[in-house]
Design a protein around this ligand. Sequence first.
Ligand code: PMP
Length: 350
Amino acid sequence: MSYEDNIKKVTPYVPGEQPAGDVIKLNTNESPFPPSMHVAMAIASIDYDSLRLYPDPDATVLVQAIADYYKVDEEQVFVGVGSDDVLAMAFQTFFNSDKPILFPDTTYSFYKVWAALYDIPYEEIPLKDDFTIDTLDYQKENGGVIFANPNAPTGVELPLNEVEEIIKANPDSVVIVDEAYIDFGNASALSLVDKYENLLVVRTFSKSRALAGMRVGYAIGSAKLIKALKDVKFSTNSYTLNLAAIRAGVAALGDDEYFDTIVSQIKDTREDTRRKLEQMGFECLKSSTNFLFVKHGDVPAKDIFEKLREKDIYVRYFDLPRIDEYLRITIGNNEQMNSLMLALEEIVGN
Ligand code: PMP
């Protein structure tokens, strides 16, 4: 027996590379645009002396702003340090059964990491060949359900009526819908939170509100679920969001005009990029996100990934079963996408 026997052994999640220097970074689904100017002003106006003090443990102004924005009660809102923090808390809070939790075999790879970390049994349910969810697969005994909608890294969105089928079929489990990318898609499950007490919708400011560096995430659900999440949070760390993150979140929510502009710009660029990639011999899954999941007819994804990297263009390649022929390309600004297209034309020879 050694102390090493008592050390937790886990295989951590590996985020996309964060290369230093002047590169074209299309590998972690960040926004190519800066956050709203309201955010810059909110941060600049922080009173230096106030940094002596702990931030509000309830992040009240941010919770209020989110509740107002989505027309829910404050008791229905939970905030965290990015949606990763919210999701990690949700795994701890809601997935405590001996039965396995269910999630798709191709999805956000952090789900498996949290399940292992918290000793939660899980079953990965294969997506259909076209990378869509078969809702019937989620109509069996389980200890909870989680899926990303739109899904990552595929970008595919499950229609809301099918999301509801899954929630409806699981009244005895908490169903978590991870909507990190929904602002680039169609129908949010937020419209269902008042109908289903067991539904938790998790969202982030990292993508559509261009605040990945500030780490602001939230969940909306029934007051009962939110109370349970808060109890776990306050058993872990009272002061999760820092003062700047709280202020930045409020400011970002207050600038809808800018939000609409950058989201529609990203969606337009996504569709334009998709058309160009298809002309170059790529097959692209239909995306409801700020990225495209693509595969070329002739040139292996890994080769394209490596050749782009040599040109300082970073996209994401997953050496995983089912998706090792695909690349995930974050939608950048026009200049970045033009450089990407020129590089790809050289690599795939069109
Ligand atoms: N869910 C999904 C599906 C994601 O792709 C990401 C981004 N890596 C997250 C959650 C977490 O994002 P954040 O912690 O920045 O809110």
